[in-house]
Design a protein around this ligand. Sequence first.
Ligand code: TXA
Ligand code: MG
Length: 343
Amino acid sequence: MNKQHMETFLLPADEAGIAQAVKLLQHGEVVAVPTETVYGLAANAMDDNAVAKIFTAKGRPQDNPLIAHICSMEMLPQLAENIPDSAVKLAKQFWPGPLTMVLPCTQQVADGVTAGLKTVGVRMPQHAVALSVIRQAGFPLAAPSANLSGSPSPTTAAHVMQDMYGRIPLVLDGGASTVGLESTVLSLVDEPVILRPGYITAEQIENVLGCPVTFAQALNAPLVQGQKPQSPGMKYRHYAPNAQITIVKGNLDAFIQYVSAFVEEGTWALCFEGEQGKLPLPCVSYGSYKQPETQAAALFGALRLLDAKGAKYVFARCPDETGVGIAVYNRLLRAAGFRVVET
Ligand code: TXA
Ligand code: MG
């Protein structure tokens, strides 16, 4: 079927919807499914042809590996081997949940999942629908976020429909993702290194492992020329709306003073709840300043809303870079193409 003319069905994630998704997956098709982090674009992680369809639907660069999702520890040996004790400990504590572990991979994993690396990223999602789809399908599901490559990740089925309509046969609607940001990616191939910050924080991981966990170098800075990223995903433009975003660091008063010079048509603010009335610009809010979890849940939706409003330039309030705020800042920084001003 011609991809442009494929009809995309949107079904509630009830028993019938899940059965339809499982049938399509077993026939090597791609289906969007809800998880607690963001919606995923899923296909059989052991089937090269099925995985290739994910890259086509997303327009994803071929050298960026995918995360494989499992529903039980019994599924893990299909994907990973020489599993370190640290991984078992972390799985006990955080799975199902928003933690992806990069482990040595088996031969059976489809090449597209690993993008030619000798490792595979694995996670067990904490979402009844995702777990049920994997269990009924009977194989691990490769699933990147279900957005077009480069766009903000989808946290609702409507976001997925915006990006994937005509590109995949089915979207399962399981309501809004509660976490709202992609999983923490932790490499356990060598010393533990966080390749992507997320809802599970470095401190939480350190508490389980009893040893220090470092962050990959290029996390919150652009790669310099010739630098090789520790995770291929770091290379690419990410999470970006059409609008040009600038992060303005400093307190609310400094923010107001700074943006006052730019009050014109098409200029918006991305602020925290309760700040709207104080700003000289039209605004969209993304959670409360004191609660980074609420920012995580709201950020991607807010970026999509700014596009829907026709925003051309956006000045964003900066989250506090602690705990989950580190992950929120990481996504916002990429959405802003690393444009940051200090006040
Ligand atoms: O929360 C999530 O993780 C979501 C949901 C759907 O589960 N999935 C997701 O997948 O965010 P994706 O493909 O958008 O992001 C995968 C990230 C990329 O930055 C990729 O480079 C990195 O994980 N990654 C995957 N496998 C890797 C590997 N073997 N080595 C290093 N990095 C890897
Ligand atoms: Mg993604």
